[in-house]
Design a binder for this molecule. Sequence first.
Ligand SMILES: *Cc1c(COP(=O)(O)O)cnc(C)c1O
Length: 402
Amino acid sequence: MLEGLTTGAIIERGKNVVMNTYGRLGMTMVKGDGAWVWDSDGRQYLDFVTGLAVNSLGHGHPAIVRAIQEQAKEILHTSNIYWIPNQVALAERLVKHSFADKVFFCNSGAEANEAAFKLARKYAKKKFGVHKYEVVSLENSFHGRTLATLTLTGQTKYQQGFDPLPLGFTYAALNDIDALRAKVSNDTAAVFIEPIQGEGGVIPASIEFLREARALCDQYGALLIFDEVQCGVGRTGKLFAYEWSGVVPDIMTLAKALGGGVPIGAMLATDEVAGAFQPGDHASTFGGNPLATAAGCAVLDIMLEEGFLEGVQERAAYFQQGLETLVQKYRTGESVRGKGFIVGWPVSKLGPEIVEACLQNGLLINCVGGKILRFLPPLTVEKTEIDKALGILDEVLSRIWR
Ligand SMILES: *Cc1c(COP(=O)(O)O)cnc(C)c1O
C-alpha cells in the first residue's frame, strides 16, 4: 500500500484524509527488524520508542511472526459467545505469573481501565452499598481517552472541552500519603495508581506510598488498582512492575506490550473481586480474539524463558549508567529516573529539539510534556545498540545543550 511514495508524499496525502489528533513527527516506518526500523526513503533508525512500549520484543521477532501467521491460517476471529482456546492459554499464563485469578480481555489500555473502573464500582456497590462509588486517582496520571478514563487521568489538559465529565472522581498527589488519606473514605470504591507514571514523565511511585495506599484501601474496603498498561509486561525487568514493591493490587490493567504489536488489553483481578461481574455486565467483541491471544502467548513465552528478565535488568542497568554519565557530562541538573527500560530524563524545555536532532541522526526517542526525554527501547536491545544510541545522544547534546 502506497509503495514507492516518498515520506513527504505520504505525509501530504495523510494530512488530507487522516484526522488531526496527533502532533506527528515528519517520518514514517515501513520496515522493522529487532531494534531497527526503516522509513519509506530507506533511512535506518535505532528505535528507542518501540511504538510507545508496544514492540517490547523488537520488530519482527520470529516467534511472534510465526504465532500470528499460523493462527491467521486457522481462524482469525470467532466471538466471546464461544470459548477461545488461545484466550484460555493466555489467561492461564497471566494468572500463573501474577496475583490474579481471573482475566478479562479487551483491545487497548483505555478499555482495560474502563473495565477495571466498572468492575470496581459493581463490586463496591454489591458488597457495601450504592453510596460507595468514588474513585481516587493521582495528579499527573494517564489512564486513557474514553470519557471515564480521561476523567481518571489527573491532567486537565486532556479533559478540556469534553465536559460534563462523569461524576465520582477525585485526585491526590503522587507519593504524598497525607494527600491520598484526605481523599479516601467509606465512599471510595477504588484507588487507581500507575506504579510508574509514564505519560506523566516517568515518575515512579515510592514503595512507601504503594504500601500506605494498600493499607488505606484495606482500611476503607476500597480496591487498589494498578495501571500497568505502560510499565507492565517485562518493561521494568520484572514481568509486572508491582513485583518490585511487594505491594499486591486487587485489579491490574495491561495492554501495550502484551500483544507484541497486535492490539490487546487485559484486566486482571482476584476471584473475590472478579465475582462481581456476571454474564451481561461487560463485554468486548474483539476482546481476546484468537489472533491477539496467539500473539500474547508468544510474547509471554519469550519473556518467561529462563534468564530473559535478568538479561533485561542487566542491560537496562548498563543503559541507565550510560545515561547517568551523560547527565554528569552535561550537568543537566536532575538525574535519570525510572526502572529497567522505562527511563525519563528531565531536560527543561529542550525536549522537542533533542528528539528532532536524534531523529535526524538515526535515533528515535520520545519526549513527554515537552521537557522529559523518555526512553523505551526494546527489551531485547543489545549492548552495542545501547552504545550506538548513547553515542548519538552525546553528539546531539554536545550541539544543543546550553
Ligand atoms: C497508554 C496508556 C493507557 C491507554 O492505552 P491505550 O491503548 O492508548 O488506550 C492507559 N494507561 C497507561 C498507563 C498508558 O500508558
